[in-house]
Design a protein around this ligand. Structure first.
Ligand SMILES: [Zn+2]
Length: 207
């Protein structure tokens, strides 16, 4: 955010959130990256177990991957707004119903990062679409998924619990879909607590 304040104050030239080259003052990404992202095809299909339908706005590659990194590791929070915009434009309208529930990040990760990327994206999407935001899931333990092998992730799904009232119709939101083990664990907890429809949207999907 400090960098963005400096940009707003005219101290720094605006830089593309994806490639780092200079770009138009009002843009988050440069024209080149914007075109590349526009050319990326969304991915849809059957969800992992427990998820009725899953949709991702782009493969986790190129500009989409750079934006995920910018949000997750460089804390460029306005990137969440850009991701929400793309999801709003491209996601099937039938999918954008119910209450938005962010996929919970491990508490330790949120603590060390100081913010939660999935939570930021979910909040940006809820605001944009005027949909209710219900952060009714919590994640227990460290459960660090980054850097683990696919087999390890599938073998040990994260421990997810609900808190408070759970909506009957849920749209789970996460920045990246990898194995789907986390989404399945979320769906299980939500359905046990009374959810009847659980769909999921992610900005990017690892193939
Ligand atoms: Zn760029």
């Amino acid at each position: 955010m400090k960098i963005l304040h400096a940009v707003a104050a005219g101290i720094l030239p605006p830089l593309c959130a994806a490639c780092g080259r200079s770009c138009r003052p009002e843009a988050m990404v440069c024209t080149r990256c914007s075109r590349r992202l526009a050319a990326a095809a969304p991915l849809a299909g059957q969800g992992p177990p427990g998820i009725d339908r899953v949709w991702s706005s782009a493969p986790h590659d190129g500009v989409a991957r750079d934006l995920v990194t910018a949000l997750k590791f460089r804390r460029l929070l306005p990137v969440a707004g850009l991701m929400a915009e793309r999801i709003h434009w491209l996601a099937p309208a039938g999918l954008l119903t119910g209450a938005i529930v962010p996929v919970p990040t491990a508490p330790l990760r949120t603590l060390t990062r100081g913010f939660d990327p999935a939570g930021e994206l979910a909040a940006a999407l809820a605001e944009r679409l005027e949909m209710p935001l219900e952060p009714c899931l919590i994640r227990k333990g460290g459960g660090r998924q980054v850097g683990k092998r696919r087999a390890q992730r599938l073998a040990r799904p994260p421990r997810i619990h609900t808190r408070g009232e759970v909506p009957r119709s849920v749209l789970l939101v996460d920045d990246v879909l990898t194995t789907g083990a986390t989404l399945s664990a979320c769906a299980r907890a939500l359905r046990e607590a009374g959810a009847v429809r659980v769909a999921a949207i992610t900005f990017a999907r690892r193939l």
